[in-house]
Structure formats: C-alpha cells, structure tokens
Design a protein around this ligand. Structure first.
Ligand code: HEC
Ligand code: HEC
Length: 245
C-alpha cells in the first residue's frame, strides 16, 4: 500500500520538479518581472518535492519507511547516486528513478552540491542493541576482519566515519536498517557502483550477522555534523573503488 501511494504521488512530484528546472532567462517584460517577484525560483524552492521525503535540510526522515540523510555527504558521492538511479544501476527504489528520470547531468550536479553543503543536526543515536553485537560491529568498523578479507570501514570512510572527498559518504547519522539494506542491496546486485565495485566485494564477504552488527554500531555513534569529510586521498584505499578513484 505504501509503495502504491508513493507511485501515485510520483508523477505529481516529477512534474513539479521538471517544470521548475532552470529555464533560460525570461525576456524582461514588466509581466515577467512581476511573475519572478512573486514566485521565488530558488533551488531550495525547486527541491520542495525532495524535502517531502528527505527533509527540508536533507536531514533524512523516518516515517513509515526511512528516507536517507543527504546533508553533508560529498557532492561527488551524491551526484554518482543520482546518476545511478537515473541509469538504473541502483534499482531498489523505483521512486528515485522516477524522481530524477528527466533531469540533466548539470542539474543533478547542482542538486548534489546543494545537499553536500547543508549541516542539519544528526538524529539521536539508536541505542537498542545487545553489547555483544555492538562489540562485533565495533571490531568490523574499526579493525575489519582480516581472516575474511574484510577491511575496516574507517580505512575508506575516514577515522571519524565522516567520509572522504570526493565521493565516499559518511556513515554516521543514518538509520541502521538503511545501512543494512544497502549492504544487502550490494550483495543481491540491486545496487551497483562503478567497477571495480569495492562495496559489492566487501558486502559479499559479510554474513547477515556481520551486517546487522556493523549497522547497529554505526547507528550507535554520537557524532557531530560539523566534522567534514576527510580531504581527497587522505588515506590509501585498501581496495580499488571505481566510484572513488
Ligand atoms: C517518495 C519519497 C522520495 C522522494 C520524493 C525523493 N526521494 Fe530520494 N530517496 C528515497 C528513498 C526511499 C531512498 C533510498 C533508496 C535506496 O534504498 O536505495 C532515496 C535515496 C536518495 C539518494 C541516495 C542517498 C544516499 O546516501 O545514497 C539521493 C541522493 C536522493 N534520494 C536524492 C533525492 C532528490 C534530489 C530528490 C528530489 C528530486 C529525492 N531524492 C526525492 C525516497 C525519496
Ligand atoms: C575500499 C574502500 C571502502 C571500504 C573499506 C568500505 N567502504 Fe563503504 N563505501 C565506499 C565507497 C567508494 C562508497 C560509495 C559507493 C557508491 O558510490 O555507490 C561506499 C558507500 C557505502 C555505503 C552507502 C552509504 C549510503 O548513504 O547509502 C555504506 C552503507 C557503506 N559504504 C558501508 C560500509 C561499511 C559498513 C564498511 C565496513 C565493513 C565499508 N563501507 C567499508 C568505500 C569503502
């Protein structure tokens, strides 16, 4: 039912967004001037359709499902995702493919840069998890499981897990079910990043228990949205990632 109502909503949202794509400057007739004065054509105004799910500041919302945080993730990462939805390399959420279907590369880049610059507060950490699970999650996130060739998440996502420029996202301030679902999507092939797809390789080496533990540990972290992503090439990646060269 939920999916169904989303799909019904989609055409309305898209027409609003497409109609609001940046248009060539209008001729400066008095009536055109009057029109632009009453309807502010700012990017924020045009992204009202996205705010319904992702929040006004891209903070992410937990309604009957989770709509992920976009704020503060690197521009390159967000741009790659928008292209991925448009090209259906990331297909778990048909609504996102609808949302960005008709939008140009330039406009998607502008949208990505907008959300990358926002810093709304993080939600409260999720603390309902058994200690043993959090301990396993901590080991995976900070040290990895070398016996199974699983690198530490911090090796690429940065020591404070705030991501790395230009295209690796932070992993804090997210809902644990979302994190687990993304790792599951890489395992099942419904999320594909540019080859070599390092996240698909890492996720395929993880068990269901590993995934659930690392998601619980990440969601348990108290973090500040003001910690920026690490600079580009701050660390040598333990595996090659096509989306973050
Ligand atoms: C009806 C709800 C809905 C609307 C409206 C919507 N999104 Fe989404 N969006 C989602 C869901 C659900 C996901 C997670 C998809 C998944 O699990 O792969 C998502 C994921 C994303 C992601 C990937 C986030 C990440 O961290 O990887 C980006 C970027 C994004 N949306 C941008 C937008 C933009 C820009 C708009 C407006 C043009 C928009 N969304 C409108 C529901 C929505
Ligand atoms: C070799 C580098 C590397 C390592 C190690 C790594 N990641 Fe990633 N991760 C990436 C890259 C690159 C992306 C962006 C992929 C894309 O563009 O789709 C990413 C994206 C993600 C995302 C998507 C976030 C979102 O907002 O949708 C999750 C979740 C994630 N990684 C979890 C993990 C976890 C958990 C670990 C540790 C077990 C880990 N990663 C280790 C490189 C890495």
């Amino acid at each position: 039912m939920r999916q169904y109502s989303c799909l019904l909503l989609a055409p309305l949202l898209i027409s609003a967004l497409a109609a609001a794509q940046p248009a060539p400057a209008p001729a400066t007739t008095p009536s055109a001037t009057a029109k632009t004065a009453t309807v502010p054509n700012t990017l924020e105004q045009r992204l009202a359709a996205c705010a319904i799910c992702h929040g006004k500041q891209g903070e992410g919302t937990l309604k009957n499902e989770y709509y992920p945080r976009l704020a503060g993730k690197p521009t390159g990462y967000l741009y790659n995702q928008l292209i991925g939805f448009r090209e259906r390399r990331r297909s778990a959420s048909p609504i996102m493919t609808y949302m960005v279907g008709g939008l140009s590369d330039n406009y998607l880049h502008e949208i990505a840069a907008h959300y990358a610059g926002l810093r709304p507060p993080f939600p409260a950490p999720v603390t309902r998890a058994p200690l043993a699970k959090l301990k396993l999650g901590e080991t995976i996130a900070l040290k990895g499981l070398p016996a199974r060739d699983i690198p530490a998440c911090t090796a690429c996502h940065g020591g404070p897990l705030s991501g790395m420029l230009p295209a690796i996202p932070g992993l804090v301030g997210l809902n644990p079910e979302y994190i687990a679902a993304q790792l599951g999507a890489w395992r099942s092939g419904s999320r594909n990043s540019t080859a070599p797809d390092c996240m698909a390789r890492i996720a395929s080496r993880m068990t269901g228990d590993d995934i659930s533990a690392v998601a619980a540990f990440l969601a348990f972290q108290v973090a500040s949205p003001d910690v920026p992503p690490a600079p580009a090439q701050a660390a040598k990646l333990p595996l090659a990632c096509g989306s973050a060269p």
